[in-house]
Design a binder for this molecule. Structure first.
Ligand code: G4P
Length: 530
């Protein structure tokens, strides 16, 4: 029980460039998982992180794949799930969030809530997990803190409760005030932050002892402090108190300010976060609710990926342990397969390194080597056959292409690659009824998924592909009345089936969907499928 209680499994969500890589790196630094900043991020401008292992990620400087980073901090075991920042991968983020108990929303102080933040926040909301906010880059001129809190409420619809508050901003940034400890961390800019294993020395003083600070004498500090005092009064009147129950219900976000690049505010954040963020909790599995301390092992697969490591070329199924304990070699029942699976080899991945796991508890994420390539996203693995977790929904694709191998002799490899990447949820295979065509239709939620698909077909399956865009913009699964719709001949509408044979209709315009619905009022449509 104590072991479970000390676990914190969370993900960071942000718009690209808000500083997720930098924050991740600093958190790893505190956890002693890396010794120097820059082991995560290449200094020469080219982004190369331990979590960004794919060539394409390096080239594009975006994080596509999600893995987990584990480290210890102050007696806590932290599992940090890496989520892709780009909205085109929001489905992947959703899947990853099924494994998380909370999320940290990282915001650039100058930019506020950006498009991707919004989209990813909505994904968190769907999961109903607690959301913590870190407002970054306070050392740069940015928006007024009160204005940013206001934006959280107006744009995202979530009330906020500042746990700390900035003193000044940009060149005038002088520190943060810890609201509940009533103390100030005074910031000393330092150019040597990259190589430091710890935070920049910051002087901590009680608010009541402020006048003892020598640094206060310069005019910029005076200005910063005057602004802080004025805001602070407003805040006391307007801010929400830190109500832990509301935080846990996802209705209130605790807000922290700082500068990841300068290691400033990170420790304050981490110290509060481990206290406030929930440990692994109970999970619903159909009619049952499983407690993490239940003896029987159960886990849910939220990601599968083949060829992660060119040295191994195997398939890994990433799963979150929900109850009981994983031990090397245990057997677990998979309800979808109606059979048992032996979990022989589980690993942690850190960059390109793999470490074999002997034991994992509820809240932990393990990558199980799936030699027969038989596990799927959403699979439950359990020692209690009555347990099956809710499957992870797939989102309806919004982009569609017809794809074929450039070299027609490579059909077999092509098939293998397309099927594997569809199993991984990179793309979705769509099949028109009676299809005899040698090309394949695929759909994706975001355009960039096609780029990942094309790249991986090339590098992992040595099969360059040709892609032809199809004129559809949305799709709906048909939940009832599929037979009628199958035979309907409507313009800008195409009836297909997904890989599991579930009927799905593609539309060229919103109008096409509207017309079909009017013609078949009894038919049911859905944006997601399990
Ligand atoms: P991302 O993973 O969310 O895309 O963001 P990343 O950490 O790569 O940060 C994006 C840019 O913002 C980087 O600058 C990084 O150094 C900078 N940054 C992160 N945190 C802070 C902060 O607290 N203050 C300031 N001033 N900048 C910050 P870059 O120029 O793109 O890269 P680099 O040359 O610094 O590596």
């Amino acid at each position: 029980m104590d072991e479970i209680k000390r676990r914190r499994t969370f993900a960071i969500i942000s718009h690209p460039d808000a500083g997720k890589t930098t924050l991740t790196e600093k958190l790893l630094l505190y956890g002693g998982a890396i010794r120097e900043a820059g082991s995560v991020k290449a200094k020469a401008g080219r982004k190369q992180t331990t979590s960004d292992w794919m060539e394409m990620e390096k080239q594009r400087g975006i994080s596509i794949s999600s893995t987990v980073l584990q480290f210890d901090y102050d007696g806590f075991k932290i599992n940090l799930l890496d989520t892709p920042g780009h909205k085109d991968f929001s489905e992947d983020t959703y899947r990853t969030l099924t494994a998380a108990d909370s999320a940290v929303m990282l915001i650039d102080a100058a930019k506020g809530v950006e498009a991707q933040t919004r989209k990813l926040f909505e994904v968190c909301r769907l999961r109903g997990i607690p959301i913590f906010t870190f407002i970054n880059k306070m050392d740069r001129p940015g928006r007024e803190p009160l204005d940013l809190l206001d934006e959280l409420e107006t744009v995202l619809g979530i009330r906020s409760s500042p746990v700390n508050w900035p003193i000044g901003m940009g060149p005038d940034f002088r520190g943060i005030y810890e609201v509940y400890k009533e103390q100030i961390h005074w910031f000393r800019p330092d150019n040597d932050h990259e190589s430091k294993a710890k935070a920049i020395d910051s002087q901590i003083v009680k608010l009541s002892d402020l006048n003892t600070l020598n640094e206060l004498k310069d005019s910029a500090s005076q200005r910063a402090l005057a602004q802080f005092m004025a805001e602070f009064e407003l805040l006391q009147a307007a801010g929400d108190p830190l109500d832990v129950e509301r935080v846990l219900a996802g209705n209130l976000t605790p807000v922290f300010f700082g500068s990841a690049m300068n290691n400033f505010g990170i420790e304050v954040f981490l110290n509060e976060f481990i206290k406030l963020a929930p440990p692994p909790g109970a999970r619903k599995a159909k009619d049952k609710t499983l407690e993490p301390e239940d003896k029987k092992f159960s886990a849910i697969v939220f990601k599968v990926q083949a060829n992660m490591d060119p040295m191994h070329r195997d398939c890994l199924a990433f799963m979150r342990v929900c109850s009981g304990e994983y031990e090397k070699g245990i057997r677990a029942y998979c309800p979808r397969k109606e059979g048992e699976v032996r979990l022989n080899n589980a690993v942690h991945i850190f960059g390109r390194d793999r470490v074999t796991i002997e034991n994992a508890k509820a809240g932990d994420i393990i990558g199980v080597v799936d030699t027969t390539n038989s596990l799927r996203i959403g699979d439950t693995l359990t020692q209690d056959p009555a347990v099956e977790y809710q499957r992870i929904p797939r989102f309806a694709p919004e982009h569609f292409v017809r794809v074929s191998p450039v070299d027609p002799t490579k059909r077999k490899q092509f098939r293998k690659g397309v099927e594997q990447l569809s199993d991984e949820g990179v793309v979705q295979i769509l099949v028109p009824p009676g299809n005899v065509d040698s090309s394949v239709m695929i759909g994706a939620v975001g355009q960039l998924q096609f780029e990942v698909f094309e790249h991986r077909m090339n590098t992992e399956y040595s099969t360059p592909v040709r892609m032809e865009k199809l004129p559809y913009i949305m799709a709906k699964w048909v939940t009832s009345g599929a037979e009628q719709i199958k035979s309907a001949r409507k313009s800008e509408t195409m009836y297909v089936e997904d890989r599991n044979g579930s009927p799905i209709v593609l539309f060229g315009t919103q109008w096409a969907f509207k017309f079909l619905k009017e013609d078949y009022p009894d038919a049911g449509f859905a944006d997601t499928i399990e």
